[in-house]
Design a protein around this ligand. Structure first.
Ligand code: CO
Length: 133
């Protein structure tokens, strides 16, 4: 079950508007989509670069995983989203290889996608999100 594309690179920020302005003014990249994902306690802005996105993420509540990440690791790279044709099959492959996952089953992501997170502990230190459009 190969990876199709880098769907997004997610960056945790404290001030979403300032980060959006930075990318717009410095790199000429505009917001294509914004969404609050209540289940994850985040607000995101997606900035399109070719067929991929920069995903700026900020917490909407103090108990959000992104809030905890900002507390412990500060702003910066949070996870990488890899596009796959079949999220469930890709997730099963990770488990079949004996690696840890965060989501035991695929779940809804933003933009109507289906997603699952793979644990960084057995993924060489990177939080990986499998994204099916
Ligand atoms: Co993501």
């Amino acid at each position: 079950m190969p990876l199709v594309e880098i769907d997004h690179v997610a960056i945790a920020v404290r001030d979403l508007e300032a980060a959006i302005a930075y990318y717009r003014d410095t790199f000429g990249v505009e917001v294509e989509h914004r969404e609050v994902v209540e289940s994850d306690g985040v607000e995101e802005a997606l900035l399109k670069v070719a067929e991929s996105y920069i995903q700026l993420l900020t917490p909407t509540r103090p108990d959000s995983p992104v809030a905890k990440s900002l507390e412990t690791r500060g702003e910066g790279l949070h996870h990488i989203g890899y596009r796959v044709a079949d999220c469930a099959a890709a997730l099963e492959q990770v488990k079949a290889e004996g690696h840890r996952v965060i989501d035991e089953a695929p779940r809804p992501g933003s933009r109507g996608t289906t997603v699952a997170f793979v644990h960084p502990k057995t993924a060489f230190g990177t939080l990986i999100e499998l994204v099916q459009e």
